[in-house]
Design a protein around this ligand. Sequence first.
Ligand code: ATP
Ligand code: MG
Length: 777
Amino acid sequence: MQQYISQLNEAQQQPVLQKDGPMIIIAGAGSGKTRVLTIRIAYLMHQGVDAFNILSLTFTNKAAREMKKRISDIVGSNEAKNLWMGTFHSVFARILRSEADKLGYPSNFSIYDSQDSLRLIGSIIKEMQLDRDIYKPKQILGRISSYKNSLITVKAYFNNPELQEQDAMSKKPRMGEIYQAYVERCFKAGAMDFDDLLLKTNELLNVFPDVLAKYQNRFRYILVDEYQDTNHSQYLIVRALSDKFQNICVVGDDAQSIYAFRGANINNILNFQKDYAGVQTYRLEQNYRSTKNIVEAANSIIDKNKTKLDKIVWTANDDGPKIKIHRSLTDGEEGRFVAGEIFEKKMQNQMANGNFAILYRTNAQSRAMEDALRKRDIPYRIYGGLSFYQRKEIKDVLSYLRLVINPKDEEALIRVINYPARGIGDTTLEKLTIAANHYKRSIFEVMQNIDKIDLKLNAGTRGRISDFVTMIRSFQVIDQNQDAFYLAEHVTKKTGLIQEMRKDGTPEGIAKLENIEELLNGIKDFIEGQREIDGARGALSEFMEDVALATDLDKDTGDDDRVALMTIHLAKGLEFPYVFVVGMEEDLFPSAMSMSTRSELEEERRLFYVALTRAEHQAYLTYAQSRYRWGKLTDSEPSRFIEEISGQFLEYLTPNEGSYRYKPMMDIDVFGDVDKSKLRLNKPQTGTPPKKYGEDPESSTNVRRLKPVSSNGSSSVSSSNLPDSKLNVGNMVMHERFGRGEVLNIEGVGADKKAEIKFDVGGIKKLLLRFARLDVL
Ligand code: ATP
Ligand code: MG
């Protein structure tokens, strides 16, 4: 254990060594907050605290898994097994399941994702005959979500004239009724939405003192990462649970608070000292993640915010390359530049795709990037957007599985009652729904009793309804005895889903079939993992819980090597050697919707701070002078955030114009980001420094020259910089990574010129001379 503690600096050690009492660690990006939390948990266990008594809340389940893995490595997996770690949603969903009866919910309640919620709201709006242009389902769901996260229940809403007035003012006087109907329908379907998971946990802890006491005694030590982004509902849960022992350790960075739009409350961090007595405050100042240029540039940005805690962030890391700024004419060209840079970096340094991340403000921006990456054959993965589990064919299978667990689940039922088509049409469904509302029962219960209720359905329809019920019942029997994989495979065949897709021979149909196969593989993987962990049966309910709460990040097993594309919001807490922040334009970033007040603009600036501080080695900021937005070609100006960075940290790749800062060519390294110090290490110790192959004699003189820009937007170094005539077959060369080698063959001309080199270690390799970093010996 000592060995792990000694790997921390002194400031990091202090919060690890303080065992009890409330503490807050406030520190900038990359200063080791998450690492401190991890080691702290291991050390608590080392001091005899039972894993069972520790609760750790993270931003993603993936982060929790990684943390658990690291702790397992330190204390042993048997010990770490009982740690409670995960997102607020996943941890409290688990608790709610075991206490559900107290709140009148079945323990197998469904979790509605936002698609389910939106569909339900849509149908409520339709039933109430309201105007969908005024009552926009997305907006309504947003309102409901913010009520729930502020603990405003339906009852509280109707007791609050101010809120009602507010909604009336925004032309939605019937907002309260929609809220009420939505809550009732969810309850009747035995379903909670994401916000319910927090709201109901609060209800549970407030209304049942014995339940509160039970979990207070259980979670003697509570740790929260990314505390700056907790919302009010989450804050109250943490407060309640930690109230007895007050062993609460939260870490966060006010400069990275980026979820105010979802109700996150930065005051949770600012007021922590007031909430608990005798709070120890720790500050970490040394950044281990990024180069000096990145750390200092990020500091110069966040300095512009008025609302902030004073913090110092410094690093002992190298200066590193400057932040590269690139302008292009269109978003398409921007995409080509980014893909081109990644391609070149990969060639130069034989780097894996996973070293690169492309971050953007809005999901829509991914398209241009995807097109360009595909053209270059660079594998990528988009996080966020429509996740795997939300694809139609996957949701269809999952809906059947949800019904197996909870037949009351109406959103699931409505999805599959007539898919694949089995002759239970809309009119029948409507009759069933009306009866269900009338008897205050679920649609499935009505279906079970279809012969006892007179719905004026013909015998054929009644028969088909009974068949459906029988089919779901038969799945339930299998679920009692078999694992989730067996059941899921059976369901895809028995329901006719697979046959339906096979009929459709189009490429899309085949892709869907493959997706279902991937889902089945995923289930298999999951149950095998479960069995390894604690001998669990691998039951369907365990898998479904995992799926319901999976975010896209969670799915990332890291075993396929891809460039990561995601919004900046999703990138929080992550790190990558190379980061491209694209779409650095006014009205896009900062977003046009977040510029009307200073506090909105400050949140955008914090978002930019988060984006930049994800980079370990090199950051790029790119912008386009025009792009398609909402179907129209719009002109754009570079983002003010570029101008806000102190010029000394920037390098402009494109020729300057207008107010743009001028940068002479000599600052640009024609070798990209070759780390000179590393190069030197490989040089043989001779009296005179060896001639660097490919060195441009002009670049060491004070000639001012702008970097050539090729028309496709790529900033690649023109091959004329590289006098490649000097390399001959038989030459001995030194390569930064591969070491010493002999040139066996040279082929191609100009920029395509390649050399075949036999290295002492690593064998024969073919290198593009334009990029290969070779010293001729
Ligand atoms: P963020 O604010 O972005 O979430 P963070 O403060 O949580 O960042 P970490 O992710 O814990 O920072 O650490 C950043 C990087 O620095 C990680 O790669 C981590 O392993 C490394 N690191 C942290 N502390 C040390 C240390 N004392 N010695 C060496 N590396 C360290
Ligand atoms: Mg972190």
